[in-house]
Write a protein that binds this ligand. Sequence first.
Ligand code: ADP
Ligand code: MG
Length: 604
Amino acid sequence: MSEVIQLLPDHIANQIAAGEVIQRPASAVKEMLENAIDAGATHIHLIIKDAGKELIQVNDDGKGMSPIDARMCFERHATSKIRTIDDLFEIRTMGFRGEALASIAAVAQVELKTKPKDSEVGTRIVVENSEVQIQEPCSMNQGTHLSVKNLFFNIPARRNFLKSTTTETRHILDEFIRVAMAFPEIAFKFTNNSADIFHLESGKLKLRILSLLGQNLNNKLVPVQEEAGFIQIQGFVASPDAASRTRGNQFFFVNNRFIKSAYLNHAVTQSYQNLIAKDEFPLFVLFLAIDPKRVDINVHPTKQEIKFDEEKMIYAIVHAAVKRALSQYSIAPSLDFSLDANIEHLPSITQPFSKQKQEHTKSDYLFQSFTEKGQAHFLDKKPKIANWQELYQVQQQLNPELTAPETKPEPVFEESFQEEFLQINKAYIIATTKSGCLFINQHLAHERILYERFQRTRLQPLTIQKCLLPVMLEFNAVDTVMLESMLDDLLNLGFEIEKFGQQSFTIQGIPADVKPGKEKETIEQLMESYKHFSSEVKLEKREKLIRLMASQQAIPEGKKLSKAEMQELFQQLLLCEQPSLAPNGKKIMARITSKDIELLIQQS
Ligand code: ADP
Ligand code: MG
């Protein structure tokens, strides 16, 4: 009997291996762009034809390759990026497996032209089916041009398996956007079937986001910048009104590598709780920088999933960082990009990937908020004034004009708000601050206060005042069922209502702050708006009820307020978890600085 086991020829082994690395044109695009980045390119040009099925070309001005390296790079496990196993835990390049070019060369017709800086001439190599067809000198500038033609030409089954041109182009576009997003300091060009679809100048992250995702996001991007222990997070999240019904614009990068993590997405989405509808997705572009030792990027061949050592802690940090950014943004709209000059120097804007800072900033409030409680997901729900002060201080750091420069930190709250209040048009309250004033919508402010108070009623029901005489309510069959289903929640909210016969109820008690005599009206109105609201908004039953009650009971526009009432309202607002947005996402206040006022005067 003869032996049956044979070693596979190299090109077949490569083709098999290629299946894992190169699944479609977009995978080749990703590998090629990443190689250009690893080579230190400052300009990268991606050219595709027919969704990459005909041509994928990447030209870069990176460090290039010597003639020998140019030949070596197509060998399997040929990499310049790691040498020992220990290097695996220190990876700072995008690639490291040395598989991409070997795989591409196994399944396409490849032409490589490359020249390092100090060589006179470059090298041109043509490879097909893993075999070098031509190697010759060529003339070119420093850098590398790699053309990949007729992908899968030698594996018809795979080629036929590719999706429509539109779908494959979409995949390429996604990869391009992810890579270009992570490296705003690199200029990119993308040419699709001879049409230039992106021409991205090198610049700051914010600019890159706007060019990739749309200029309409201008004024809607909120900077996020936080450092806690071994992890640094920076980037931008968009204000709630930029949320969309699709997940498309959510970008997480870990050490500049795009990752998919439902867990971390959840951390961000949670920070938008009550600011966006349940079926909406917030837009974000966030960069986490973590010591490579603490991340395992090796778990998935296409490297989009990732494992962290301290997943829960990272969740907590991301959540808190976004939450803080959101509240800063809405407390001070001027923190947005009208302040470019002041915030432009911040690392979150200048560099998405800065060096890992390993000192454990134990004093950091974020760090403390989870270590103290010994529980990663627990973050203090009810911010105290101190917390608010902290936010205010951060603003001051960002915008030094807010206060005169002083060496010792000042007690921000008492001093900065001068307890002077003014009402305009019976609708707005002006609170003066040291550097200007806040314009507050009285109705929305009260709505927010009530909303948060009602939210807490699950744990701490509102006090009920007993009615002297029970009030009768009559409903039709449909409304009866509806009210019945609301009785428990209503009881928490201070309405004691009992079923009384087939379709009638009696009100036995009402919340302490509802005016007696208006019980019936209040409940009927509530039911009426509940019906309309129900069909419009997808929210939990209780959440709807709370929002409605808050909006119904909030002081209306047109109500005159005394100084004491304004002060009370203002102080309660500041105690809110989210003092700047009404439950429906509307902004409650605007801040106007003396500078803004002066501008107004000069412009009028
Ligand atoms: P990896 O990126 O994992 O090292 P690749 O197969 O993608 O593996 O590339 C193999 C090697 O070829 C790289 O390590 C690098 O030295 C070299 N190389 C690939 N593309 C370029 C490029 N655009 N410029 C310079 N060198 C490159
Ligand atoms: Mg590579």
